[in-house]
Design a protein around this ligand. Structure first.
Ligand code: NDP
Length: 333
């Protein structure tokens, strides 16, 4: 059995993660923590969670909590993850792991020292579509990968806008929210590491002050691949996708940069174009199934702490490039 404590009474837990936890054999959601006692109690009641508290110490002292799922605003992740690790709890943390690399390293180190599992909840690499695309690349279906394009310009619905568009100290903005997912997905698909970034941002139309709500960036990978990224909070009708172009073929994924188990993958090569058969499954349930296996000593979470650290490093390089106007190296420390 695995008892989950929720750190953060969040939308993502409500919309996806509580259900995904309950779909795992032997898993239960046993407690929730919010910074406001009343919110914690209301959230617990609304979702049938037996315990509620307004302080992390109370949640971590609960012996029914074996693992925590951290989905607070981004500036809180590091402190909460480290506290959970020190209390001997396994940690599934939302992206971005932290706001800076030192904090991300501190999370990874604390979990390692405590001997607990650390996962980063990068959902996209759990999608059947992305797994199929990765398998094609690995099987050589496009020859040597040369280029990738990511279409991840979406419209942030009003109930998710809040801190994402007006609270820089919470890690607001599109780069820590969406570019960080692109970075993880490209690393997953290409089996390669980003080494440098260039980026431009337009004047914000939704976010306040200097917070970026859209970005176009290019990444160079250590295998020579160039990737272009288009991320936004402000575009309702673009649709999402990812394309991988190689010496012998192209993979076109449509509607695949999403939380839902949808999307289509096509392979184009000298023989023509065909749709790749994909059997969809819930992305978050797969993330949790892998996490459960890791707790049982069978493999790793779908995205590890190191993956979370590397996606953050890439997002920070994009941010630095956009703000400085200079090409920026992806640095891990
Ligand atoms: P929310 O804004 O829903 O939750 C963040 C915090 O805001 C909560 O911990 C809660 O604080 C507070 N809060 C939530 N709803 C309300 C409300 N109605 N009124 C006042 N306060 C509220 O954030 P998200 O769920 O969108 O994101 C949380 C984390 O998850 C982020 O790190 C984000 O990057 C990540 N995320 C990941 C996704 C993925 O697919 N991997 C998708 C979406 C988000 P308190 O707990 O103190 O009550």
């Amino acid at each position: 059995t695995l008892g989950w404590g929720l750190i953060g009474a969040s939308n993502i837990a409500r919309e996806w993660m509580i259900g995904a936890m309950r779909a795992q054999p032997g898993n239960a959601v046993v407690a929730v923590m919010s910074s406001i006692a009343e919110r914690a109690a209301g959230y617990a009641a609304a979702h049938g969670i037996p315990a509620a508290c307004d302080h992390i110490d109370a949640l971590l002292a609960d012996p029914a909590v074996d693992a925590v799922y951290i989905s607070t605003t981004n500036e809180l992740h590091a402190r909460q993850a480290i506290a959970a690790a020190r209390a001997g709890k396994h940690v599934l943390c939302e992206k971005p792991l932290a706001l800076n690399l030192a904090d991300a390293h501190a999370i990874v180190d604390a979990c390692h020292a405590a001997g607990v599992v650390l996962g980063t909840n990068h959902h996209l690499r759990n999608a059947a579509t992305h797994i199929a695309m990765r398998d094609l690349v690995r099987a050589g279906a496009i020859g040597r990968p040369l280029f990738a394009r990511v279409f991840h310009a979406v419209h942030l619905p009003p109930h998710l806008q809040r801190w994402r568009i007006d609270k820089p100290e919470a890690g607001a903005g599109v780069i820590l929210d969406i570019t960080v997912h692109d970075a993880d997905t490209l690393r997953f698909l290409l089996d390669a590491e980003p080494v440098s970034a260039v980026a431009l941002t337009p004047p914000s139309t939704m976010a306040h002050g200097a917070i970026e709500d859209a970005v176009m960036a290019a990444l160079q990978f250590d295998n020579g691949v160039l990737a272009q990224l288009h991320d936004a909070f402000t575009v309702p009708h673009a649709g999402t996708g990812i394309e991988l172009h190689g010496t012998a073929g192209s993979i076109v994924g449509r509607d695949v940069m999403t939380q839902r188990p949808i999307g289509e993958v096509r392979l184009r090569n000298a023989e023509g174009e065909r749709v790749i058969e994909v059997v969809p499954h819930n992305l978050y349930e797969r993330s949790l199934a892998c996490f459960n296996d890791a707790v049982l000593g069978r493999g790793q979470p779908a995205a590890t702490g190191d993956d979370g650290l590397r996606s953050l490093a890439t997002a920070l390089a994009v941010m630095e490039a956009a703000r400085s106007g200079q090409r920026s190296a992806v640095q891990l420390a």
